[in-house]
Design a protein around this ligand. Sequence first.
Ligand code: PHE
Length: 343
Amino acid sequence: MEQKIAELRAAAQAEIAGAADLKALDGVRVKFLGKKGRLTELLRGMNQVNAEDRPKIGKVVNEARAEIEQLLADKNSALKAQALQDKLASEKIDVTLPGRKIHRGHLHPLTLTLNRIKEIFIQMGYSVEEGPEVETDYFNFEALNLPKDHPARDAQDSFYITEEILLRTQTSPVQARVMQKNTGNAPIRMIAPGRVYRRDEFDASHSPAFNQCEGLVIDKGITFSDLIGTLDFFCKQFFGEKTNIRLRPSFFPFTSISAEVDISCPICHGASDTCKVCHGSGWLEILGAGEVHPHVLEMSGYDSSVVSGFAFGLGVERVCMIKYAIDDLRLFFENDVRFLNQF
Ligand code: PHE
């Protein structure tokens, strides 16, 4: 019996020493101390030991158990410490490596343009209004003096959702919405930026979706010269002090006296025949404008014998392209960082 216990001790010592990890060590524990383990088995054989030898043998068995338990505990701590060492070594960070640069996002050139437009008009006391992109035929056309079958509707071939609902073709419906919201009260001094839609090609200078910024002023005694002064001020602020404006006669159903407004080329100032922006003409069209038609005032609740007003509609992509000399409209939609990074 004593011989067997000595052998078992030696075997346990060897196996504990050889356990490579915690799992293997637990296997050794079960093998020697488990319910069906080797030491338990030895104890079962105690009934074959002489009664007088039992205390002595019992003592040896207990010593063996205590020793094995101690060895298991020591090895357990050693393996845990080793595992921690390995983890620390494998996760070591080299703090001397240079960091990776975080790319900082920034605003899209169209957003920057719109922010600048807003800034200029807000300092002149304008409010910023909004209207829906899905608009009724009434606000998009009828309230602007374009009754059904008016030929001027053809110039804005549109995306209809139903007979009466369409994607707005211009920001001008916001004029009628704001007038009706103000129920005949003046003054109104507002801009309304936003996206508009027209059935169109998608190429370097056309897109079926683009942005406009509407403007509307209504008060007593507003004249066409107020419009000219306002646009001249805006263009000088936006494009630079040297910029001049030029008006050409035009037609819009919702303005009585109407004009197409050009600016002098802010890139070459009319001095270059090969200018990439104005192509040598020296002038660039940026907006449509005019005196608000009396009928439009009346339809939305204003007395045209008491108040008058002016309105304008600015092409946001267009002024952005001119300001930054961008030659292809599609660049705005591609979101190529090599393009966007330049603003
Ligand atoms: N809505 C017109 C367009 O899209 C522009 C415009 C606005 C003209 C306001 C006059 C007054 O062409």
